[in-house]
Design a protein around this ligand. Sequence first.
Ligand code: ADP
Ligand code: ASP
Ligand code: MG
Length: 417
Amino acid sequence: MARLVMKFGGTSVADLDRIRNVARHVKREVEAGHDVAVVVSAMAGVTNQLVAWCREAAMLHDAREYDAVVATGEEVSAGLLAIVLEGMGVNARSWRGWQLPILTDGAHGAARIIEINGAELIRRFKEMKQVAVIAGFQGLHKESGRVTTLGRGGSDTSAVAVAAAIGAERCDIYTDVDGVYTTDPRVVETARRLDKIAYEEMLELASLGAKVMQVRSVELGMVHKVHVFVRSSFERPEDIDPHKAPSGTLICDESEIMEQQIVTGIAFSKDEAQISIRRVQDKPGVAAAIFGPLADANINVDMIVQNVSSDGATTDLTFTVPSSDYERARVTLEKASGKIGYQRLDGATDVAKVSVIGIGMRSHAGVAAQAFKALSEQKINILAITTSEIKFSVLIDAAQSDLAVRTLHSLYGLDKA
Ligand code: ADP
Ligand code: ASP
Ligand code: MG
């Protein structure tokens, strides 16, 4: 009999009917003889509401109190699921982050898990076959003893971390789609479900915009070699044949994937902003003068393009930051303008980043070149490009983002038959 982690996202626990459906999924695994730890998200929309209330209370607020507020959503759904399970005759107990405990660092709002004590859960599996229902997204700061949260989408990370802590055979991520697709199936209807995807590819997909898994959860899965399986919570538990392999996507080591495609998937993000610094002095130390203050302000700079200097003295420099940091980045650069020395600062938030990902790119040249040609045929102008071993990204006008994703999706033969 296996130990399993089952994680259910917000839409899967959106109301009591859905929580009952989740409970039937849990019961199904318990009846199959498995020891189960469940990780739940807050009911759909709840975290957004809690975040909005914090902002409304005070635009600038203490991150420790933000965490105290936003962590509560998961506590409600964990308690409710435990009640429903008990009502169905399944022995279950809910757990908050501090009770296990799930210990984290002190980065409130984006904390990292340091350690989880799985011993008590395992004892309860053995002695009383008790299902653990764990509130996702939250932990306890190891030093201060205060509640922390793991960043938006963080219940995925809670689930994978619990799976590592209890040595689970599999971590099932139940969500509102039945697996990981070649691109967001809500945007491109020809997207195809993948049977397997390598950790590294999933990591790129997630960090470049596919929100199906939180980035950190994929990192953890890779480090601890957790088999993460993405599947649908909307499939009726009664329709699942326990003797057949379930349908979904396995995130695993690349060596477990027999036939590796050149391109596996396409991600996109509209949460990008572009900043151009015009006529900046073209001399040593200028990049440090620009990116140093941004790094000090904790602003992540992504794509960087420096034009060739036309007059030998000045140049233009363009880069992207997350759109949520756009205003802060502008203010930071304006403050540092004396040191940097530039003529003008331009910016835009109506840009999108489209990325093509595939381990096969390591051994195939010319993959990006095909994309540039296909995009130009669609009259899509590329504002910036970045490449790395298994992916490349282009920055384009946000209005053309869907067209670009579709164009690239069919270019690389990803459309379903
Ligand atoms: P949950 O609430 O269960 O955590 P999320 O909303 O965080 O679910 O993630 C699931 C969503 O991710 C899907 O509804 C889908 O629109 C989106 N998504 C983006 N890219 C992909 C992809 N490549 N494959 C599957 N889903 C994707
Ligand atoms: N409830 C949290 C969020 O909406 C965490 C999660 O659902 O994974 O971000
Ligand atoms: Mg999610």
